[in-house]
Design a protein around this ligand. Sequence first.
Ligand code: SF4
Length: 373
Amino acid sequence: MSDSLDSEPRPQAPTTALRQRLAELRGPAAQPRPLDARALAALAANPGCERRALLDGAGVDKAALATALGSPATFGQSQFAFMRGNAFEAKVKSDGGAELLRLMGVESGADVRVPDLSAAGPEGRAARTALALREATAEAAWSLLDHPMLALEVAGSPAYLEPDAVVVAPDGRWTVVEIKSFPMIDASADASKVGAAARQAAVYVLALERVAALTGGAQVAHDILLVCPKDFSNLPTASVVDVRKQLSVTRRQLTRLTRVEDIAAALPEGTTFDPQCTPEQLTAAVESVDAAYAPECLAACELAFHCRERARTAEVVGALGRGLRGELGGLTTIGDVLAAARGTAGDPDDPAVAALRRAAALRAEALEAAGCR
Ligand code: SF4
């Protein structure tokens, strides 16, 4: 078994020098926070934010950093919700996976294998998972991989990801299963929550495809199984979610991320995000890395309140929404936009500038017609 495990694909480990640099950025007493699928999905949704890419790549505890900056995050699961979610997941996977397969439409009585995936550390667990996937595919039987570990290299940092489950079908098809505790009412659930689950699942599919590429006969499904409580009960129900769109966006965005070592190399000497530093020192450290704040950050990043305040102070148009930021092109501040509209700055051949001038002229005409001037 050890030969097989040693031959598994693994993300490239950071060099010793980079590891040391990242440890300095976290602070001497801080343990690195592992990158998870939720963080990768958020990174993929905002690939222009070097601040998040660096902090996540360095394993900085962003919640602790936000608190030390004086802008604590307010999102996250309560302990009660966490426990309820765990109990629901255990129910879904009960009876040796029979309930889960029933939700997939498999006839009752099917033989389901549940391989042991335990191994030392995330690297060992990822290698054990890859081996179990290969064995399950070769056996051509139903297998349930409970909390497998998948590896993916992102912006030069290794990430280890743990989906709720992966089911291997006798035909070699691998399906990601996401178990969520938000309700599915009359067969539909909150679209924003389903979207977040789909983005997260797409990261798992991406990581699984690396393993499948080395496994003959394996195919990773681009439909995932989303399992939720039915209506307001504790009974599980499931829906198939097509994640092809999220998969192509995630794949493209993650390759656009600047490598963590390149961002770290551009920082001023002595920069650290150690939560033990003063708020002034931390503010300077955070400001030394470019950010791309948008209102969507509020639901996805612990630093959102801090970044929002800085973006508003700097009158950055991104604070008004990503759509608007995209339409305004090179006009990045409200001052730039107003100057362009008034005709005191900006290239008149720029479509955004031309549209702003036209809008300003129409507004002036309307005000004059209304006698407001
Ligand atoms: S909140 Fe700040 S650090 Fe987080 S993604 Fe948004 S801009 Fe980047």
